[in-house]
Ligand binder design. Structure first.
Ligand code: MN
Length: 206
């Protein structure tokens, strides 16, 4: 069984004007596809099959050393982008009362949450991701480098927490439309967060 790029759950142009169609096409069809192809190649070389991408990236020690870096980078890339497409959408969707309460408990207000999330996205130097994570229902913000993910072990840049929302801050995610203005992209991102999906992912951590 080899991994495949999941279809976008909306049209390439659905997130405009906040994320443009060309960026979505290149990001999904080229970048995400490259992660999947490289992951499949690494797994074939390692003789690994029958594992989910989550199983792979949360147990990198079980991957042969020769392929471990590739599975970390490209498995992480596949996992991260699969989440990214789903937590966005052309409409914001409804936030559950449970998630709303948890955001207020952790950050004081929705605006304070957004400010802290934006800071995490802006202070991730170079390429990486900013995340909203749940730890048994308690919300925390963090960021990771490259294609690492919070669910990875600490020796691989993770922290064992479960991400329920993430923003890709690699330049390929925004450069065509925003050039060097990462802050504008991060601000615009909140217009396309699918809170219904984030709420569903939150409920699965309770
Ligand atoms: Mn990306």
């Amino acid at each position: 069984m080899t991994f495949e790029v999941p279809d976008l759950p909306y049209d390439y142009s659905a997130l405009e004007p906040y994320i443009d169609e060309e960026t979505m096409r290149i990001h999904h069809d080229k970048h995400h596809a490259a992660y999947v192809n490289m992951l499949n190649g690494a797994l074939e070389a390692a003789g690994i099959e029958g594992k989910t991408v989550k199983e792979l990236i949360t147990d990198l020690d079980s991957v042969p050393e020769a392929q471990r870096g590739a599975v970390r980078n490209h498995g992480g890339g596949h996992f991260n982008h699969s989440l990214f497409w789903e937590v966005m959408g052309p409409v914001n969707g409804e936030m559950s009362s449970e998630l709303n309460a948890a955001l207020l408990d952790a950050f004081g207000s929705l605006d304070d949450f957004k400010a802290k999330f934006q800071t995490a996205a802006m202070t991730r130097f170079g390429s990486g991701w900013a995340w909203l994570c749940s730890v048994n229902g308690k919300l925390e913000i963090c960021s990771t480098a490259n294609q690492d993910n919070p669910i990875m072990g600490s020796e691989y840049g993770g922290c064992g927490k479960t991400p329920i929302l993430g923003i890709d801050v690699w330049e390929h995610a925004y450069y065509l439309n925003y050039q060097n203005l990462r802050a504008d992209y991060v601000t615009a991102f909140f217009n396309v967060v699918n809170w219904a999906e984030v709420s569903k992912r939150y409920s699965e951590t309770l």
